[in-house]
Design a protein around this ligand. Structure first.
Ligand SMILES: N=CN[C@@H](CCC(=O)O)C(=O)O
Ligand SMILES: [Zn+2]
Length: 415
């Protein structure tokens, strides 16, 4: 079925081919086609052109986009969307003065979510997660990464990854999965991180790889969780199974993880709220992408990732939600866009690039997602009638989406 979007006020992020993630001054360039049409054929983008120059192509359905902006759907490259229950109780504890780390030290935090997830059936976990997935698709996310990490046993880590794979099978959104067994040390390991890392590498990872449940590998490298040597072991073990690394780093402390991750050719390093000179220099010397998670900074009240410094130093930067029950219980990329502009001083162009094409690179989906390109997935956001695309981050909290199409399928339409 061919769908023609006509009379588009501005078609955003129109690119022929993007070979590398955008960096530095490239991030401020957002290619635009004024007064445009866009033809979707089945699940792919077939063609686009100017309303002024071309005769319109034939289509089965025509959607009039007068006064509206069309852009590729968001690419959310860092999420923990599959989880059980919530941690609203810890949220109240934090409002009453406890810190995220203090709650974790008392046995709450990730271990709290793991305890509940282990008791939750696969079916129930699927249903809870599917509800969140439907919500984020309606908010314009067309590709996303989902991590395990609330299982912390072979059985429960596999349960999480199976649920993520089933979500992809049953919905048009593209989902990449990441094995995050090394998210916290389970209670049974009595704070012995080395023993748990050994167990992951010898037992859990081979089982995950055998069933092809993961595309990437991750670890929470942070004081009180896992150290740099343990991160290096996990990255190398993942590489044995062809899993590139996407690593949680520098959320609260800079402990030397970024230089090591870049040395080991990690695809992305994520969080980066706390940065030292050596961290910037390592990123400048390699190909690893930085991923910022402003929803986490907002929710926990911790520093925002220094986007201006990263961009000024030519380091490619993506934006993602970090959707999870403890530090960012929102999968709304529209909010992420606003927070990146308001709190991290990114321009709307930089924030849109970081949330689309660079997000696609951060998941290895750059050939199919992240831009309006012939042959890429027919996944687009049609805005309501708004004055400019800068209005998207400006009008924070407003729902400015008229329609979302993912792989050619209508996800929602507002009037
Ligand atoms: N920091 C590590 N992992 C998640 C939070 C996990 C949790 O608190 O449940 C994050 O990216 O923020
Ligand atoms: Zn995370």
């Amino acid at each position: 079925m061919k769908i023609l979007l006509s009379n588009i006020r501005q078609l955003l992020q129109v690119r022929d081919e993007v070979k590398q993630p955008l960096r530095g001054s490239q991030m401020v360039e957002l290619p635009i086609l004024e007064e445009a049409w866009l033809l979707l054929d089945g699940d792919l983008i077939a063609d686009y052109g100017s309303m002024r120059l071309n005769t319109l192509p034939e289509a089965d359905q025509i959607v009039d986009c007068t006064g509206k902006f069309v852009l590729p759907t968001w690419c959310d490259s860092h999420s923990h969307l599959v989880y059980a229950g919530n941690r609203e109780g810890e949220f109240i504890d934090r409002l009453n003065g406890l810190s995220y780390q203090e709650i974790a030290a008392k046995g709450g935090g990730i271990l709290n979510s793991a305890e509940l997830l282990q008791r939750t059936s696969e079916k129930d976990l699927y249903q809870q997660s599917e509800q969140r997935l439907k919500e984020v698709m309606a908010l314009g996310t067309g590709a996303m990464e989902i991590k395990s990490g609330y299982g912390l046993t072979e059985e429960s880590e596999m349960k999480m990854l199976k649920v993520a794979r089933q979500l992809e099978e049953n919905h048009p959104i593209d989902i990449k999965t990441t094995f995050l067994g090394a998210h916290a040390i389970p209670k049974e390991f009595n704070k012995n991180g080395d023993a748990y890392i050994d167990h992951i590498i010898k037992e859990i990872l081979p089982a995950v790889a055998k069933e092809e449940l993961a595309d990437f590998i991750d670890i929470f490298c942070e004081e009180g969780y896992f150290n740099v040597a343990q991160m290096e072991s996990i990255i190398q073990a993942g590489q044995q199974f062809g899993l590139a690394a996407k690593v949680h780093l520098n959320q609260f402390n800079s402990i030397g993880g970024i230089p090591a991750a870049v040395r080991h050719k990690a695809l992305t390093v994520d969080h980066l709220e706390v940065m030292k000179e050596e961290d910037y220099e390592a990123l400048q010397s390699g190909e690893t992408l930085a991923v910022a998670l402003p929803g986490c900074s907002y929710f926990l009240g911790i520093p925002y990732t220094p986007a201006r410094e990263l961009i000024q130093r030519n380091i490619p930067l993506a934006l993602a939600t970090d959707m999870n029950p403890g530090s960012a219980p929102s999968g709304n990329m529209n909010f992420v866009l606003s927070a990146a502009c308001i709190k991290m001083k990114m321009t709307p162009e930089e924030a849109i690039n970081a949330s689309t094409i660079n997000g696609a690179f951060a998941m290895g989906l750059e050939n199919t997602h992240g831009s309006i390109t012939r042959g890429k997935k027919a996944s687009v956001i049609i805005t309501k009638q708004i004055p400019s695309y800068g209005y998207l981050p400006y009008s924070f909290g407003s729902d400015l989406i008229h329609q979302v199409l993912i792989a050619g399928k209508e996800i929602r339409t507002n009037n």
